[in-house]
Structures are given as structure tokens and as C-alpha cells.
Design a protein around this ligand. Sequence first.
Ligand SMILES: Cc1ncc(COP(=O)(O)O)c(C=O)c1O
Length: 367
Amino acid sequence: MTAPAPRPGIMDIRPYVGGESAIEGVSRIIKLSSNEGALGPSPKAVEAMRAMAGEIHRYPDGGAEELRQAIAERYGLDASRIVCGAGSDELLGILCRAYAGPGDEVLYSAHGFLMYAIAAKACGATPVTAPEVELTAHVDNLLAAVTPRTKILFLANPNNPTGTYLPASDVARLRAGLPEHVLLVIDAAYTEFVSRNDYTSGIELVEAGNNTVVCRTFSKMYALGGLRLGWAYGPENVAGVLNRVRNPFNVGSAALAAGLAAFNDTAYAELCKAHNDYWLPWIAERITALGLAVVPSVCNFILVRFPTEAGKDAASADKFLRSKGVIVRAMGAYGLGDCLRITIGTGEENTIVVETLAAFLSGGKAA
Ligand SMILES: Cc1ncc(COP(=O)(O)O)c(C=O)c1O
């Protein structure tokens, strides 16, 4: 019997593999593989979810009215141009489906977030990458890779898994150099962690035209990855497209309730930011002092490069860490097989990672 065939491109997708959370035979796991919030969600978000639990037979507010209003008020945005999604992943996928298809190209930098390739292939478009310089997106290289078939440019700013970012002036230069019909999608998933004067999430570029959209998430700073909540801010034309293509009830009521409570708990978000501000340099300095190369990060994770020498390499380090219950992220899928990505955890977790890496480098063997 002939099986139904998916559209061309679908079977080329390498399915996304999320960070692991368990190791057989190890009871205490330290999970630093998915850039989740180190301190967990705001207690107010958890309470809000509990409080609405008896109402989950009701459909959610498909327009996410209250949350959009709160976001608009905080950032001075037009609420009618905010669109919520089931994680920013959903919004990235919808943008691809709506603006690209077979014969079109979707462009991003060499070590851009993995979902861009998946979203491009899923809609039949061709993913195209531009070389980075020092593991950072490069404006001229991206512009040089634009062809008449380019429909979307995804820029994660800052980027996962490298942790690097482009200053606002570079992003503006990128926008100015792109043909007007190319949609620039600025994926600002880690924006809340960034403390740099020359950085912006890119909202000003959204306001300046009709061809730039910014995506944000509640999965990182707000630590609600399990609920799936993100939002996009675009010009009227792009918001209108997102609202046509998304499912009518794409964000669940628990996500909306917890998201609003987390968003309004600014004291907790500040605590999480302060935690990251302290531990990001702490862990980077100590791992550098161990003799490993750490890519400068403005996010809640670091990318660490290992020697290629057998027994000292990233795969051996990964194995050793796992034998001690520490799960970080192997980077082979990103073409960075000599690196591991480590999420900033609690103070205790960060200390254990550094100690475990020190033990590995001084000749420790995986159990
Ligand atoms: C750069 C980037 N964009 C988007 C996402 C997806 O986030 P969400 O949980 O909102 O789908 C991630 C998650 O790791 C990410 O690193």
C-alpha cells in the first residue's frame, strides 16, 4: 500500500531534541540543559494557576486581552498589534508558514536557534545560513546571503546557543540593508537578561516600518516554559497575518493566568535578573580559570569550548558531568560539537558544575 506522503521538505527535518531531564540510575539531577529560569516561576504565577484550576472547562480568552493590555502598558506598545502564542516557537512557525513557502529562502546566522531550520523546512522553504564572526551574527554576511528568494530573516538577539548579541545600531543597519519585502523577525527570547547600553529588543524597528516583528517569551526570565507562552509585536499588517493564521484558542487559560501574574510580579523578575547578573560572570570566570574558553554571554547560559584531544573533549566532559548527575546541552546539532552549553542554575548548582568540571579536567573518569 502506498502511504500518504508529506510535502517535500518535511522528511528533511531533523526533529528538535529538547534538553534531557533524567539519567538512568541517578536520583539527584541538576538540569542545566534548557535555559529555564534558575529560581523557578514566581510563586504568584503558581498561585494564579491554582486559583483558576476549577475553571479549566472554559475556553480561554482567545484574544489574550488582559495580558496584551498589561504588556502594552508596561512597554508603551499598541496592544492591538501584540499577538500571543503557545511559546514563541509557535509564532516563529506561523510567521514561516505565512510568509514563506516552496521556492523561498529563510535566512539566519550559522549558529542561529534550531527552530528556524525546522520552521523553514516545515513550510517547504529552504533554510539558508550566513557565516558568523566570533560566534556572533554578522550584518554584512547576512546581507550578502540575501537573494531575490529571501522572504524572512530570523535574528535571535541575543542568540541561543552562543549567548552573543548585536548592538541596536547593527540591527538597524541590517534592517536598512535588507530589501523592504524581507520580513525581519527579531527573536528576543533572552532580552530580559541583557544589561548592555547598546542593546535593544528591536521594538523601535517595528514602529519604524511595516516589515519587522519582535518575538518574546515567558519561558526564560518568567520561567514558564512548561506552560507555553510567548508574544509577538509587529506592525498592523504582520499582526493581522498572525491573527489570521493562529488557532483561535492557541494559548491556554492556565498560561494566560500564570503569565499575567508572573508579568506583574516585577519584584520577582528583578530577583531573577539579579541572580543571573551575579552568577553569569561568576561561572564564566571560574570556567575560564579552569582553562576552557567561554563565549561572552549576555543570557542565562554560557557556551563553553573544550579541547579536541580525546578524553578532554566536550563529549567526554558531557559523559563525566552526566555520571555526576549534571545534565548540560551537547551542541552537535548546532555544528558546535566541541562545545557544551550550560544554563545558569541556582548558586549550589553552579558551584557543583564548576567543581565537577574541575574534577573532569584534573583527570576524573566518568563512573
Ligand atoms: C532563541 C530562542 N527563541 C525561541 C525559543 C523558544 O521559546 P518558547 O519556549 O517561547 O517557545 C527559545 C527557547 O529555547 C530560544 O532559545
